[in-house]
Design a protein around this ligand. Sequence first.
Ligand SMILES: *Cc1c(COP(=O)(O)O)cnc(C)c1O
Length: 421
Amino acid sequence: MDHFIYKTGVLHAEDVAIPEIAAAVGSPFYVYSTATLQRHYQVFEDALKGMDHLICYAMKANSNQAVLKIMADMGAGMDVVSGGEYARAIAAGVSPDKIVFSGVGKTAGEMEMALQGGIRQFNVESEPELLVLGAVATRMGKLANITLRVNPDVDAKTHAKIATGKSDNKFGIPMVKAREAYAQAASLSGIKVVGIDVHIGSQLTDLAPYEAAFTKVAELTEQLRGDGHNITRLDLGGGLGIPYQRDNSAPPLPIEYGEVIRRTVGHLGCEIEIEPGRLIAGNAGLMVSSVIYVKQGAERKFLIIDAAMNDLIRPAMYEAYHDIIPVIEPAAGIEPQPIDIVGPVCESGDTFATQRLMPELKSDDLVAFRSAGAYGAVMASEYNSRPLIPEVLVSGDQFAVVRPRPTYADMISRDITPPWM
Ligand SMILES: *Cc1c(COP(=O)(O)O)cnc(C)c1O
């Protein structure tokens, strides 16, 4: 559920009319709903009620400072995957003892930064990383809490580019090598084993892969305890999918996901950490764009809009589907017609939808991409020298620009002409 609905025929974000925002900030732009972000966080809190737990928002989904602040104010921890994300989490006021550090390629510099500023735990993904972390921590006179991310070799049944839990993915340590790796971890100075980590992929629409993975984690917990390790935390990753296509997909609810957690690992007495990103931010955001031209091609009609693949890359990168709706509700009884919805970038991949059924639109009409709050703005670039589009946050009847659109001068001034020119 979200807070983007038509009121008297005009799409609103909470109590703010989308055309009002467009008039103030120009098109295209992202808009996020505070109430939806809060609601989605709370749904996970409710799902894990009664268990000792921490929800670490996977901020790579949407790392705008305003979004992070909303999460931090709700009590969320953060899952970070780079030094930059760590810095953003700290800047948003997240307590370091609620920040977990994930990622296959943490550098010594990033480890040092997190150890200096404080960190809840590192989710270590390989033996070489373990050795570097041990060395960095020892040199600094610190003790790094770690989990090892295990790769349970389960098929998450999601898009290949976002599946991470099969043995041929780059992520984690193979289950069969886990006990050996834990023994090594326990022998290193600077390292303190605290738990186990697993994350099998993103946009999961089936609970069975979770059930399989968490069951393996439970077995491993018992084995590792038998080996003498003090396993007190289980980080179960993120990845719960969202409905991108309103009419025909209903991914599992967080409450059902919570039941799987309870059933598989609830008896172990561990503190449970989860790292949801997409489910919190995805349906809390729209990308709004306006029609530049309606073009009749040889065989097809094209809706050329002012947003492009550099603003929202998911369709080009993952063949992702986004609902695209007119901001002014079409009159009842209008028969929608198929049209290709494309951006202005000079690549055929700059296509948001093919033969999508849309009501008739004309130049300057606004359209909204639903489910654009996660992996939207954070993956944007300035390809074709198109300035990053602004981000707007709505709360009730108020809205504010939370990241402005750079001017052309801003964009150009980041380049430096060398002195010899
Ligand atoms: C991407 C990622 C997440 C979040 O995934 P969502 O699908 O956005 O919930 C959580 N943990 C790790 C380690 C990740 O890489």
